[in-house]
Design a protein around this ligand. Structure first.
Ligand code: FES
Length: 147
């Protein structure tokens, strides 16, 4: 299994790692199979634009790299566009992930969705197309045999 240079670069120099003191929304998701956990903090302004993002990930190199890339992809975006940042988009931005590591990028997508859900609940708003968060992303994992 080989990681792309971009994956290694983000793993070695993760962007936006840490936490926010007064986040607009926080999402935590995990994968019970590997035990990895990812938390995303969002700072969203009154117009719905993401001003700041931080992440904390207890996981493998791919999980750290996808968290880092996911924060870069959503920062500055409106929440409706952030919702469209899929795990595929994160994988592509990292020049791909080994097949056995694609599930790690799902954590990033789900953590962003969970943080957006938390924000929507706090604000009492509905974000079109946003599904309630799963706490264990393994529940819906279609690539089970790839572990
Ligand atoms: Fe669990 Fe990568 S092995 S997220």
């Amino acid at each position: 299994m080989a990681y792309s240079e971009k994956v290694m670069e983000h793993f070695n120099n993760p962007r936006n790692m840490g936490e926010l003191e007064n986040p607009s929304g926080v999402g935590t998701v995990g994968n019970a199979q590997c035990g990895d956990i990812m938390r995303i903090y969002l700072d969203i302004d009154a117009d719905g634009f993401i001003h700041d993002v931080k992440f904390k990930t207890f996981g493998c190199a791919a999980a750290v790299a996808t968290s880092s890339m996911a924060t870069e992809l959503v920062i500055g975006k409106h929440i409706t566009d952030a919702l469209k940042v899929t795990n595929q988009a994160v994988c592509d931005a990292l020049d791909g992930l080994p097949a056995v590591k694609v599930h790690c990028s799902l954590l990033a997508e789900e953590a962003i969705h969970a943080a957006l859900w938390d924000y929507a609940e706090r604000e009492g708003i509905v974000i079109e197309g946003l599904e309630p968060p799963k706490h264990d992303i393994h529940e819906d994992d279609e690539d089970e045999e790839e572990y």
